[in-house]
Design a protein around this ligand. Structure first.
Ligand code: FES
Length: 160
């Protein structure tokens, strides 16, 4: 991790305040600074140091909350809902479509770093299930053709 990033992290800590209860907002901000949208170990240690809290507390927070990643993700983070309503509406076939179109397994990142694919708990789009979230955008009522079209449109820059 570059010094420039560590300096920016120090600024975030200064702005938000390095009290323990601010750990989550701090991590949220910091994650957006890092290419691959994750909290590397070195960064977690740096934050723990600056906040005067045990490293384990930062590691546990990162692994507990689904919004945080401890490994690099794609520029476009695809999350497929694996809660009940989506499952009933055959989210499994959507997982298969995504894995086929992206040529990766769930939990992996494409070689070009563009897409990652992960499961997510329900994100409130049950009425349009099966649904995925690509970064902050939700797509629902999915089928194979829609998946192909969404991925293609993201690849050519039509969707962001
Ligand atoms: S069950 Fe899938 S979005 Fe709610």
């Amino acid at each position: 991790v570059k010094d420039k990033i560590l300096n920016e992290i120090d600024l975030i800590l200064e702005n938000i305040g390095n009290e323990r209860e601010n750990l989550i907002p701090i991590l949220k901000k910091v994650q957006t600074l890092i290419e691959g949208n994750y909290i590397p170990h070195e960064v977690a240690k740096h934050i723990a140091d600056k906040m005067n809290i045990p490293e384990s507390e930062v590691f546990e927070t990162v692994s507990f909350y689904a919004i945080f990643n401890d490994k690099p993700k794609g520029k476009f983070m695809i999350r497929i809902c694996d809660s009940t309503v989506c499952k009933i509406n055959d989210s499994y076939s959507i997982v298969e479509s995504l894995e086929e179109v992206l040529n990766i397994k769930t939990g992996e990142v494409t070689k070009d770093g563009m897409f990652s694919l992960d499961y997510s708990p329900c994100f409130g789009a049950c009425d349009i299930s099966p649904a995925i979230r690509v970064n902050d955008i939700v797509y629902g009522n999915l089928n194979h053709e829609k998946i192909v079209s969404i991925i293609e449109r993201i690849r050519v820059g039509e969707l962001s």
